[in-house]
Write a protein that binds this ligand. Sequence first.
Ligand SMILES: Cc1ncc(COP(=O)(O)O)c(C=O)c1O
Length: 392
Amino acid sequence: MSDAFDVAAAREHFPALQQDQVFLDNAGGSQTLDAVIESITQYLSRTNVQLGASYRTGTLSNAKYEQGYQAAARYINAGRDEIVLGGSTTQLFMNLASALQLPEGAEIVLSKMEHEANVKPWLFLADRLKLTVKWWAAPKPELKLTPENLKPLLGPKVKFVACTHVSNILGGIHDVKAIADVVHEAGALFCVDGVSFAPHRQVDVKAFGVDFYAFSWYKVYGPHMAVLYASNAAQQHVKPLPHYFNPTKTLEDKLGFAASNYENVQCIPNIVAYLAGKSDAMAAHEAKLQGILLDFLNARDDISVLGSTSADPAVRVATISFVVEGRNSREVVEQADKVSNFGIRWGHFYSKRLCDEVLGLEPEGVVRVSMVHYNTEEEIRGLVEVLKEILS
Ligand SMILES: Cc1ncc(COP(=O)(O)O)c(C=O)c1O
């Protein structure tokens, strides 16, 4: 892995970082690139007209929107016709769940390690098509979803499996390619929530071998918008939902509902240009950040890191959650708020089944520190000092 990441130069691209606040809730939402802010301002100032028109400004607007779609598709190694951009990952999964066709009497496998965005739509699907739901959970302490712990749930009736690439609480990276292989061997479709993976590593839907994949650009340095991928083959199972007179060829036609916000779509080339070629260096930098925090957390007898305690960037991303013995997570965060400008969070982060049923946590859930490439080693050392102070 290249080690040549210039964090100071990266920070220059984020206006929000020029203020007195350390952003460590990046898994909730990242800060926005300057080029994105500028692009949206320009679009709304000069080219904000209804798409499809033939007059001069209309053609400019059409071209910008199309360039956004093309850039998003290329970025994840998908075809232009295999993606749809929309308001949020939750919304796009709900659109898919409204359109997916599975045979009567089929079974679906859902993981308990998920943000509810990758559960509720499939429960809705199961209700709509009268399917049986089977639950998948990984054993403690690693809490890693693997082909081995999935296999006992697979069988000829299973037609759909959904899981996360990275849990927004645990941070461990699941080997989705290996899981995709066993799902496909069993004759099922595989849907992956990439929301907590995409801010940290390059997405390549073809290399992952998935049928459906989604993530949210507002956590990848862009505006509030998400992308859903469905392979051309998997789209055969998607019943198009547009008005009767509109086309039904691409995934955008099938599930878009005219909901790809223009100014957001057209700014995607700016995000992609910023990220180009930086993935390995960003991962190496984040590995240092997670190493600093994990060294401290792992050394404390009164602190339990949830999931893997490894700082290896092949094992995890820089989203780290922990609980402190005898201390409520909310109180820990509120104390940090009182004495510092470190923006960390407590809670279940919508992964409620994981927190309640798998981890058996109190309602206040975990303390979560979620770092990205623009955080500095100095910031994380500073956070460790704050934690030492409030947990003394
Ligand atoms: C892992 C994960 N999946 C899905 C979502 C939902 O994303 P969206 O807000 O775009 O619906 C989130 C949001 O926090 C998340 O962390």
